[in-house]
Design a protein around this ligand. Structure first.
Ligand SMILES: Cc1cc2nc3c(=O)[nH]c(=O)nc-3n(C[C@H](O)[C@H](O)[C@H](O)COP(=O)(O)OP(=O)(O)OC[C@H]3O[C@@H](n4cnc5c(N)ncnc54)[C@H](O)[C@@H]3O)c2cc1C
Ligand code: SF4
Length: 326
């Protein structure tokens, strides 16, 4: 499991980085903390001639408090998990960041890398030898999807923890490119296609995440299912953010999931179900049912689709109750 050969480019600033992406388009890949990319390079899922290291660009680091919160893409997920400011204003994000991987990986892995993660599948995140033994698959070098044979779509799952928390908070992202920088809701960033997972052109870099002031102080909870509690990617994750009136009625709320579909997503109908409601078993059943309809776990992961569907419904109930009673 050696690394392929590559040339490491270390730009001094963002314009230099964009210029490199533009010049080597098609043969270059961004590396942030490298915690996800380096194993993938060793598995020969990618073999770009150039790697563009974003670490020297200081401007992409840090958490800035202003109207809402702005977090640089190169901020480590550990810094987000440990930030008293994030914990106070956006507790669901602090909980999701603290649930990522292990302490060592959190000191290296970044928010940008977490949001731009490649989708994962049991048939894909393997050595070349392993993948060759079953004729590869649609996502890389093959012609068939082993998860849904006969179909043309890749169902590999998005398995990042911060995305559902940020979706529930109504976050926006900023993207830099040779043309201009653009800002879009995080909810519009993911495609739902396991192959081309995000709407990011080859010459673009995710630079910042913006959290709106209107979401500051929302109660939140994040629940995650993984096999090894000390380190693993999520096999199902549920995030909830709630704004409660003093009498306990929900003024506004959102529910989002990860690791159950090729994209992290808000649960359609959850916001309407929460608005004006009080905590009750009926409400929790309704939210669990809405989630059940929105997810499509398949045999892409190290747990059965049935169990992941079951645990998603359980987590919805637990997360909403915990956030409500926090
Ligand atoms: C054993 C193990 C366990 C893990 N467990 C978890 C887990 O529980 N939860 C979880 O969410 N993740 C997990 N991960 C994945 C990873 O550690 C984290 O998601 C981390 O935050 C990724 O950030 P990074 O900076 O290391 O990304 P990198 O590996 O550097 O990059 C990941 C991808 O994003 C792209 N990219 C990175 N930054 C940018 C940018 N600013 N603009 C455009 N593209 C960019 C890269 O080109 C690459 O395709 C785990 C990894 C390992 C090895
Ligand atoms: S879902 Fe299918 S095409 Fe996608 S990585 Fe898995 S086996 Fe390959």
């Amino acid at each position: 499991m050696t690394l392929p050969e590559f040339t490491l480019l270390r730009p001094r600033n963002l314009p230099e980085a964009i210029d490199s992406l533009d010049r080597h388009r098609g043969d270059i890949q961004v590396i942030a903390g490298g915690t996800d990319l380096v194993p993938s390079l060793k598995q020969r899922l990618f073999a770009p001639r150039y790697l563009l290291d974003l670490k020297p660009i200081r401007d992409l680091r840090g958490i800035r408090n202003g109207h809402g919160l702005t977090i640089g893409a190169m901020t480590t997920v550990g810094a987000i998990a440990d930030s008293p400011l994030v914990a106070e204003k956006f507790p669901v994000l602090a909980a999701a960041a603290a649930a990522i991987a292990s302490p060592v990986l959190r000191t290296t892995g970044t928010l940008g890398g977490n949001l731009c993660l490649d989708t994962r599948c049991l048939w894909y995140n393997q050595s070349p030898f392993w993948r060759a033994s079953c004729g590869f698959c649609l996502k890389k070098d093959g012609k068939v999807c082993h998860v849904a044979p006969g179909g043309e779509k890749c169902w590999a799952v998005f398995s990042g923890d911060t995305a559902p928390a940020l979706l529930a908070l109504g976050a926006e992202i900023e993207i830099a490119s040779p043309r201009a920088s653009r800002r879009l809701p995080l909810a519009d960033f993911y495609t739902g296609d396991g192959m081309a997972r995000i709407k990011l052109a080859g010459d673009e870099i995710l630079t910042r995440v913006h959290l709106p002031e209107s979401s500051a102080g929302l109660r939140g909870a994040y629940f995650k299912y993984r096999l090894r509690g000390s380190i693993d990617y999520p096999l199902a994750g549920v995030a909830v953010a709630l704004d409660l009136a003093p009498d306990g009625t929900c003024r506004r709320g959102a529910l989002a999931v990860t690791a159950l579909n090729p994209k992290p997503q808000l649960i359609p109908g959850a916001e309407a179900a929460l608005r004006g409601s009080r905590l009750s078993d009926d409400l929790l059943d309704r939210l669990a049912e809405l989630t059940n309809r929105a997810i499509k776990p398949l045999s892409t992961s190290a747990s059965t689709p049935d169990y992941r569907r079951h645990i998603a419904r359980v987590f919805v109930r637990r997360a909403v109750r915990q956030a409500w009673q926090a």
